[in-house]
Write a protein that binds this ligand. Sequence first.
Ligand code: ADP
Ligand code: MG
Length: 290
Amino acid sequence: MPVVLEKANYTYMPGTPYQRQALNDISLSVEKGEFVALVGHSGSGKSTLVQHMAGLLSPNSGQVLADGISLIGKKPENIAARRKVGIVFQYPEHQLFAETVFEDVAFGPRNMGLSEEEVDERVRQALAFVRLAEDGFGQRSPFRLSGGQMRRVAIAGVVAMRPDYLVLDEPSAGLDPVSRNIFYEETRALHKETGAAVIMVTHSMEEAIQLADRLLVMSEGKIILDGSPGEIFRSNKKELLAAGVDVPDIVALGDCLRGHGLGVSENCLSSRELAEELYAMLQQRGGSYA
Ligand code: ADP
Ligand code: MG
C-alpha cells in the first residue's frame, strides 16, 4: 500500500503580496519498500512536498492518503494514518530537547501510548539501528555528543515510532564524510530490514545514485521527472540542467571521455565502475598497467 498525493496544490500566504504556490497539482504514489530520492533546486518545493506526505501541511486542494486513509483530519483513523509516516526535518539535532538520549528517543513512542516495556524495547532497537547502542549511551546528554551523533539520535527518535514511510529532509547536510558514510550504511540497513519506504530529499546526486532506486526531480512546485536515477541521468540531461539540477560528476566525466572518442559505457554511475571500464579498455589496447 502506498502514500498518495492526488492533485495536491499548496500556496503559502495566499491573498498577500508574498503569496507563493509551492505545490502545483502534484500527483504521486510511493509504495512501501521503495527508496526514493527527491531533488530540485532550492525553493522548488521539496520540503513543502514532504511535509504534505507526513500530514504536517494540508493541501489547499487535492488529497494526501496513506494506505487509502486521508492524513488530514482529527478522526482516530486520520491520526493513525499520520503515524504511518515519520519525518526527520533538516538539521533535526536542533530539536533534541531531553536530558538524556534515552528520554529523547522515547518521546515519540511514549506519545503513542505504548507501555514502558515496549517503549524501552523500541528505544534500544532504534539506538542499535543508528549504532549508538553501547552501554550507558542512553543516559548521556544529547547535547554533549558530536554533531553526527546528535543527528543519529534525532533519527532514532523517528525510527522508534516504526513508521512504514520514513521521510528524511536533507539528512546528510553538513555531516562530515565519516558521519555521512555511517548514515548511508544505516539508512540502507534500515530500509532493507524494516521494509519501510524511504523518501529522501537531497542536494547530492551522488547520494541519489548510491541509495535510491527511484528519483523524483522537482521544479517550480511540479515533479518534472520520475524514474530510475541511472535512466534519468543518462537520458534527461537537458531537463535536469533546465531545472537547475547538476548531473553527477561521474556522468559528466563519462560524457567528456566519450566526447574524446573513448567508448566508455553510459551505464557507469560510480567512480569504481568507470575506473574498471577504463582499466579494461587500456588493457585491451595492449599496455601494461598492472
Ligand atoms: P525546497 O525545500 O525545495 O527548497 P520549499 O518547499 O522550502 O522548497 O519552498 C518552496 C517555495 O515556498 C519557496 O519559494 C519558498 O520561498 C516558499 N516557502 C517555503 N516555506 C514558506 C513559508 N513558511 N512561508 C512562505 N513561503 C514559504
Ligand atoms: Mg527544503
